[in-house]
Design a protein around this ligand. Structure first.
Ligand SMILES: NC(=O)C1=CN([C@@H]2O[C@H](COP(=O)(O)OP(=O)(O)OC[C@H]3O[C@@H](n4cnc5c(N)ncnc54)[C@H](O)[C@@H]3O)[C@@H](O)[C@H]2O)[C@@H](O)CC1
Ligand SMILES: Nc1ncnc2c1ncn2[C@@H]1O[C@H](COP(=O)(O)OP(=O)(O)O)[C@@H](O)[C@H]1O
Ligand SMILES: [K+]
Length: 463
């Protein structure tokens, strides 16, 4: 059965195709499924208008010839541009079955890019780049088959300076990382997946599943729902945002521990000013969040070291990520979740020895090194825990790119961790969904404070 969530590397995709071939398929029969499935989408988009297909030398080009044949049979006017002869047997057969004559150039309504797919090994050379751009400019609608040509399937890297922007990308068989990773995913437009029979493999990366949350138990009380301690620092605003968000994230009780005055704290938020050691001795604490507004001085360092030494379920965000060192996590057994944005991921990589790696490798290595969950934030937020498949969040609204929204997410993750009904990475996923859903409901131009107001309604959408 088609898995709508599975994300494969090129090597995994090739292995999956080989498994199908071992079961009796051929490259040509797979190409027929891929091409006819893609042709259905092109047919819908074209709505009777002329189509131009750009076919490359490999099997992606082969898919293009199948699309051209199917749409011609259905009565559409189809032109094929083929700057390179087909090199694979399956592509040659598909071209012969199409039976038409390629043209040098075509204008029309719908442009279908079958130049290169997952077999791309380098950026497009100047001639192909110009041809691709010229054809794209000569058409109104742009469709990429499997992947836009010129991007790296495994890293989402865009290998040419200028490439077309697509209205639709039709993934074949399974998602590739580039479909859900920046910067490539920005070019893809809507994404659709065509089934060619690739099965589910529990080991591979996947899109994070939308969670189902539960209301509190009938006999719940504030402690049974989870007590979260948020440790503040020199910038009270950030820890206050996190604590306020946490109050709506499921935990029954949120306390803010800070030595600094917090005049804007709402009445429901308990602010404690005692020493950290006595506050952390409370055995009712279900989880701790430390980092937003903490500062990066010696005092902040000491607070972080002390907190992690208490071995409670802990979320580290913001300043804590710059201070975190391997020695602080040694010997811990309680869950740890870190929530770096790109810059903080870099800083953590430096401290934990995972430098110079691509984003996915850095994520997985860091999760192993801290023996905890890493939530790598951004337009393509990814979550990893040691031994688990990498999870990628579906894209959230770009209005989240506002100061303080990370503090809100950290508060939500802390809150879910305090609830403690799922695995730590499961809680990170729940919080990311709550955050994204609150942002969707908040509409345009919200602030981090506004975002918090939408968390209860977002919560309601997961019950
Ligand atoms: N392998 C299979 O069983 C199937 C593959 N399918 C399609 O096949 C695609 C992968 O096919 P291929 O592995 O043939 O790869 P591509 O069709 O993406 O192209 C690879 C060919 O282009 C050359 N090439 C790579 N980068 C180049 C560049 N920058 N400039 C010039 N030439 C370059 C390679 O040397 C190779 O000859 C998938 O994306 C998908 O569209 C589907 O038809 C389904 C079945
Ligand atoms: N362009 C974007 N599209 C979607 N989500 C984004 C975008 N930019 C930022 N975000 C999200 O917003 C939050 C920002 O967090 P962070 O960078 O820590 O900001 P801050 O430190 O100001 O709170 C993260 O959850 C991130 O995933
Ligand atoms: K393509």
């Amino acid at each position: 059965m088609l898995s709508n969530r599975q994300i494969l590397t090129v090597a995994q995709m090739q292995a999956a195709e080989q498994a199908l071939i071992d079961e009796g398929e051929s490259v040509s029969s797979l190409m027929e499924k891929a091409g006819t499935g893609a042709a259905d989408w092109v047919w819908r988009m074209a709505a009777g208008r002329p189509v131009t297909v750009l076919c490359g030398p490999g099997n992606n080009g082969g898919d293009g010839y199948v699309i051209a044949r199917v749409l011609t049979e259905r009565g559409l006017k189809v032109s094929v541009v083929a700057p390179l002869e087909p090199k694979t047997d399956a592509a040659r057969k598909a071209r012969a079955a199409w039976g038409g004559e390629p043209v040098e150039h075509a204008t029309g309504s719908v442009f279908v890019d079958c130049l290169f797919g997952s077999g791309l090994t380098r950026g497009l050379d100047e001639g192909l780049e110009h041809l691709l751009l010229r054809l794209a400019r000569a058409h109104d609608l742009h469709i990429a088959v499997d992947l836009p040509s010129g991007i790296d399937a495994d890293s989402g890297e865009v290998l040419n300076d200028v490439l077309p922007i697509y209205d639709l990308t039709i993934a074949l068989g399974a998602w590739k990382f580039a479909h859900w990773m920046m910067p490539a995913m920005e070019m893809m437009g809507a994404r659709r997946l065509v089934d060619i029979g690739v099965g589910e493999d529990g080991e591979t990366a996947r899109l994070a599943r939308r969670p189902h949350l539960s209301p509190p138990e009938m006999d719940a009380h504030k402690y049974s729902r989870g007590l979260l301690g948020v440790i503040g620092g020199v910038m009270p605003g950030a820890s206050l945002l996190a604590a306020r968000a946490a109050m709506h994230g499921g935990a029954g009780y949120v306390k803010l521990f800070t030595t600094h005055p917090v005049p804007q704290a709402p009445a429901e938020l308990v602010v404690e000013h005692e020493s950290l050691s006595s506050l952390l001795a409370d055995d009712r604490l279900a989880a701790i969040l430390i980092g937003p507004g903490l500062g990066r001085d010696a005092d902040a360092h000491a607070k972080l070291a002390w907190t992690l030494g208490c071995d409670l379920p802990t979320v580290c965000d913001a300043d804590a990520l710059h201070l975190l060192e391997p020695v602080m996590v040694e010997g811990r057994t309680a869950p740890l979740i870190v929530t770096p944005h790109a810059g903080e991921l870099e800083a953590l990589g430096n401290n934990f020895g995972s430098v110079g790696l691509d984003r996915i490798d850095q994520l997985t290595e860091l999760a192993e090194a801290i023996e905890g969950v890493v939530v790598a934030k951004g337009p393509d937020t990814m979550i990893d825990a040691p031994g688990d498949p990498v999870l990628i969040m579906p894209p959230a609204t770009s209005w989240l790119s506002a100061a303080g929204t990370g503090d809100v997410l950290a508060g939500l993750i802390g809150s879910r961790l305090a609830v403690g009904s799922d695995s730590p990475s499961g809680h990170a996923v729940e919080a990311c969904w709550l955050h994204a859903e609150a942002a969707r409901l908040a509409g345009p131009a919200f602030t981090a404070g506004d975002l918090i107001d939408y968390i209860p309604a977002a919560y309601g959408n997961f019950l």
